[in-house]
Design a protein around this ligand. Sequence first.
Ligand code: C2O
Ligand code: CU
Ligand code: CU
Length: 566
Amino acid sequence: MSDYNNNYSRRRFLTQSSLGFLALSGMPGLLNAMEGMQAMPKLPPRKASPNFKPDVEIDLLCKQERVPILVGQQTTVLQYSAKLLQGPKHTITDIPGSYLGPIIRLEKGQKVRVHLHNGLAEPTVTHWHGLHVPAEMDGHPLYTIDPGASLVYEFEVLNRASMAIYHPHPHENTAKQVYHGLAGALVVNDDEEAALGLPSGEYEIPIVIQDRLFDSQNQLIYARSMHDRMVGFYGDRILVNGRADFHIEVDSRAYRLRFMNGSTARIYKLAWDDGTPMTVIGVDGGLLESPETKPYVMLAPGERLDVWADFSGRDVGSQLVMRSLAFTGALPKMGMMMHTSSLPVGSDYPIFTARVARKVSDSPKLPSTLSKIQRYKTDETANPNQPVPIGISEGHMAMLLNGRPYAYNDVLPIERIPVNTVQLMEIFHAHGGGHGNQAPQQPASEHQGMGGMQHGGMRGGMGMGGMRHGGMGGGMGMMMTMAHPIHLHGQPFQIISRSIDADESSDYASVRDGFIVSGLKDTVLVMPGEKVRIIKPFQDFKGLFMYHCHNLEHEDMGMMRDFLVV
Ligand code: C2O
Ligand code: CU
Ligand code: CU
């Protein structure tokens, strides 16, 4: 029925051939690290603690299902379903007919216990993207459970009102599980938000955007080639909330649209088709201090966006289309050429339609003040003159952060963060000299040969079994330069500056007005040639907190590291 399991063995094969390639390329340090990746220990599944008294208790099951997506045959997917064992009724809302998990609605201050049951044929673990929870509750791959096993999470909701994501995070297999359907929205409410009286109930609509590729049997197709894994996998159909050709019928009044980019790799440039500006009221980490209007908004995988959409004054029968507009620079030029999707990234296409179905006389007013954000100044950080580097580098067969692929227990000195500190951090493209002013420090052990990684990535070009097209010559690092949505687990961060290299500025002009820097973020899109400075607190919890590219193919290729909060 599904080719899910074929893909699984294919992936393992590709990993092994990458190792062979690295051995040949004479990079023993990198090879060791990649071998380390195989040796991910697995802890015994965590049980409920008798001292924890939950306000909300949920059974969360992942399993294979068949759902109707396209006309004709049903599609085999992987799906989250939930059962409320204890707590307010509105905690769980199913999205009828969708493969997406139910919306989980929590209150700030609630104590939550989740029993995750793995009904898949392979290991999994669930991560609460955006929530500030203890390291052992964060869904680190260390806590992956086998088929048939269960894992208990217990945490208190510390976040302010915001929309988080729950999705799998198993070692090197996140993208495929998310792609096949495992993802859902987790909404946190609090008093500050409630006092605003924002549109709610039927006037608050989740908009989860995903791209998928189907075969002639309506079954999902997933990444086949090394190229798909290097550049990201792109479908040719846009689904919203798990539906093709999604549309909403609205009253002539204000709505709150809560966007999430749940695609594995695709970046959107969201705008209304009639030129109505986007009124943004919040991002990943919750409400802005005051609304901002933008001609368009960039939304990369893992990012969320809270939009005020006012249909008042519009006639019954009128339509407004949310589109993704044209932009350039997100994909490597070479990748563009090789890109086989009939829906190219950066082309102009519709996402969904809103049709005014009913005239109403009343509509809430957009508040001019939304929230108060606690902000840090650079001189309040522990390291105002020495930002923690997050250097992005791209090579033929590996996607790296700070010069190294993901490996368990491979924490660099710069990746050790004292608990209860606030850190200045800088995300940049590490190749090509010029920018990337700080070379990442090495772990005490081995490792030369990383300098080569920083400049131009891995060389070579032959013998790449998985590549669709061989013969890409030297200078690969530059050619592979692309946009990366960098995500940090734990507390959200503030963006303090974005700066762009002069030679990238023409592509950048097509996206630059679509970034919101005023809100709290947990994922930031870093364009080629761009350098982003952020300030992030590391409070309350010690342990391993991942940071990675939320292009999930990149994450699984190794573009992920751990911060060890000590
Ligand atoms: Cu949404 Cu570590 O991921
Ligand atoms: Cu996350
Ligand atoms: Cu990436």
